[in-house]
Design a protein around this ligand. Structure first.
Ligand code: ATP
Length: 296
């Protein structure tokens, strides 16, 4: 009886729906996952988060290759923004880091260790994923936050809530952290749900972060609260941002332009402006006051 529940829990945590068309829940329930732990897989201790793709080739089953021989290095603690046309493979590239899919060729290492040599659990416990489609269950705010790390203390939960810009909201609720959410209680807005998921990740405290930026518009205040929380969250962590708007990119150490041909540009904001390529055109258009939505 417990097995399927454990499986559901693991899936909800590890296979968020929004990213790169993660295999659908039902499919996963019915079939064995393609990605399996190697018999001699190691339990990775805390990683620093130095990520290296070497000649990585990947295609979804029955589809031609989405990524062909991609080389990419993201150093520990670095923030890298991925921009590019829809369908170029930004989400796919990110979903290979937690090993949601098996690559066809090349290798992905973290701190020099091939991710295929780590247990999936120990790998994924070091990666936090923030995306638009937040999974919350019917329960209290406290239960939903503590899901990030079961057994967290009251102080740790409040600290995470504060860093995720949730404190003000919690103080305005008569039952605070013990307020029920979902069908049985408070209906949270999209921005509040996202901040709650950010609080969870503060508790989880992973060395690697993947941020799949919201495409839907949030009001300015919510937007700035989330930006603030995300900046704090990405501090001292290796962060990959799948960016849809230029505002987020300003804080990135590097910007990578992904197109169907592969990684077309890679550099700092200043370098890419000087290079005068795709990113510079996009930026120029925005600077001129024209609203050009990402992807380019
Ligand atoms: P967007 O900016 O729209 O999110 P993206 O750059 O993140 O796009 P991906 O979502 O990685 O692009 O998709 C890359 C290619 O892989 C696309 O052609 C897409 O249709 C295909 N694709 C994505 N997920 C799957 C899947 N689960 N099965 C088959 N093909 C997929």
């Amino acid at each position: 009886f417990l097995k399927p529940i454990e499986k559901i829990n693991a899936l909800l945590e590890l296979y968020p729906r929004g990213m790169a068309g993660f295999a659908r829940y039902c499919e996963l329930m019915d079939t064995e996952p393609d990605v399996k732990d190697a018999p001699d897989a190691i339990v990775a201790s805390r990683l620093r988060g130095d990520i290296a793709f070497e000649r990585v080739t990947f295609g979804y089953e029955n589809h031609s290759h989405v990524l062909k021989g991609v080389d990419l290095r993201v150093r520990a603690g670095e923030t890298v923004a991925l921009v590019g046309p829809s369908g170029a493979g930004k989400s796919t590239l990110c979903s290979l880091i937690p090993r949601f899919y098996e690559i066809d060729d090349g290798s992905i290492t973290i701190d020099g260790i091939d991710i295929r040599h780590m247990t999936q659990h120990s790998l994924r416990s070091q990666i936090g994923i923030v995306q638009q489609d937040v999974f919350l269950f019917n329960g209290t705010i406290r239960e939903n936050i503590v899901y990030g790390r079961l057994g967290s203390t009251e102080e740790e939960i409040w600290d995470a809530a504060r860093k995720a810009s949730l404190e003000q909201m919690l103080k305005a609720l008569p039952e605070g952290l013990d307020t029920f959410i979902g069908e049985r209680g408070l209906k949270l807005s999209g921005g509040q749900r996202q901040r709650l998921s950010i609080a969870r990740i503060f508790l989880k405290n992973p060395p690697i972060l993947i941020l799949d930026e919201a495409t839907s518009a949030l009001d300015t205040e919510t937007e700035s609260l989330i930006q603030q929380a995300l900046e704090e969250l990405s501090h001292n962590r290796t962060t990959l941002i799948i960016a849809h708007r230029l505002a987020t990119i300003r804080h990135a150490d590097r910007i990578i332009v992904v197109t169907e041909e592969g990684i077309e540009e890679d550099g700092t904001h200043e370098e890419l402006i000087v290079a005068g390529g795709a990113y510079a055109r996009l930026h120029g258009a925005q600077f001129a006051g024209t609203t050009v939505p990402l992807p380019v």
